[in-house]
Design a protein around this ligand. Structure first.
Ligand code: KG4
Length: 340
């Protein structure tokens, strides 16, 4: 059969990314990260939109050129249409519309959260990867979302649990901020935790029914704990940073794993994937490996380049939509808030 080439475009937050895939095999995965936000301690939407505007053409250009194809060979263009920052989404969406119109090829809209899950279907050249088989459970943990998704088949998904307040990534980032660390704090906490004692401090864990999550209480208890300690010792944070990071990380991972185990027991589905930015966390990955040994789960952990925001995951989601001929029309509008 003739190969299908999909261009994927991702611009939902602060990374402008483009990728080209040949069927599900990744040819290029280009990403331009934005440095402008660092000094503000978080992503500034207006600055993000402007940076996307600057990056989008060169990033797409490079993704196509490095793939060794011409744009005329593309079968379709897939673009993230939400959730995310509206201005950011509009840059990618408008570009994709014009691109598809100019080449007269199908346009495909992709849900960013679904794309994080579909990252598990990306293939790399010469590597025999095992892709998940249906049904499988996904713990989807990013900066904006924490949910448990039951993947019954392609695009047949059910959210069986979700956070009622903050996302796991927010818990990492907000607690990091309280300790005076730059944004995003998740990766830094992970790094410092490697040399810390995870049992040094105890923080309260939420008691939430069913398969839902809550992280705002942890953030508050972390804040109050530090405030009390600083009264006694102004250097408390500096002197205990590694232990604080390790203990906080252990607590977040325990909260995530408790409900994941519950979800496996309830559904009987032992194929388990993690996805989204927080799935890069080394302690969460270790916990999943432990569950594989202890409970015999078949586990799927994304490689680093595919757990953070990227366009390869958008392209591969687009590929499966292409097979279903699930195309968008030129009048689609991106949405800031959508679920999987
Ligand atoms: O999926 P993502 O790149 O963006 C969203 O779509 O939200 O996730 C970003 C989140 C941030 O909160 C960041 O702190 C967190 O993922 N993160 C981590 C790690 N790497 C990224 N959190 C903990 N440990 C990490 N290694």
């Amino acid at each position: 059969a003739k190969s299908i080439y999909i261009l994927g475009i991702e611009s939902s937050c602060d990374d402008t990314a483009a990728a080209v895939i040949k069927d599900t095999e990744i040819l290029t995965n280009i990403i331009a990260s934005q440095k402008v936000h660092e000094e503000y301690g978080g992503v500034v939407p207006e600055l993000a939109s402007r940076a996307h505007q600057q990056h989008i053409v060169p990033v797409v250009d490079k993704a196509i050129k490095d793939a060794g194809i011409t744009k005329e060979e593309l079968s379709a263009v897939a673009v993230t249409s939400g959730p995310g920052l509206l201005g950011s989404l509009m840059v990618g969406s408008s570009f994709a519309k014009a691109f598809a119109l100019g080449l007269d090829i199908p346009l495909i809209t992709v849900n960013h959260l679904q794309a994080h899950i579909y990252a598990h279907f990306i293939k790399e050249a010469n590597i025999q990867e095992q892709v998940p088989s249906f049904p499988f459970l996904t713990l989807l943990v990013s900066g904006g979302n924490s949910q448990l998704v039951l993947m019954k088949d392609h695009f047949e998904m059910e959210i069986i649990g979700k956070t009622i307040d903050d996302a796991a990534g927010e818990a990492f980032d907000k607690c990091a901020k309280v300790m005076g660390m730059p944004y995003p704090g998740g990766p830094l906490i992970d790094k410092l935790a490697k040399d810390g004692n995870p049992e040094a401090f105890q923080f309260s864990k939420p008691r939430i029914a069913d398969l839902d999550y809550s992280f705002s209480g942890l953030k508050t208890s972390f804040l109050y704990f530090l405030r009390d300690q600083i009264k006694e010792n102004p250097n408390f944070i500096e002197e205990n940073k590694k232990d604080l990071c390790a203990s906080l990380q252990r607590t977040i991972v325990e909260i995530l794993m408790d409900k994941l185990i519950k979800a496996v027991n309830r559904t009987g589905v032992k194929h388990v994937a993690i996805a989204g930015g927080v799935s890069a966390n080394s302690a969460l990955q270790r916990a999943l490996q432990d569950a594989h040994k202890k409970y015999g789960w078949q586990i799927y952990i994304p490689k680093l380049g595919y757990s953070l925001d990227n366009a390869a995951m958008v392209a591969v989601t687009g590929y499966y939509k292409y097979l279903k001929q699930d195309f968008a029309t030129q009048d689609f509008v991106p949405y800031a808030k959508v679920t999987v």
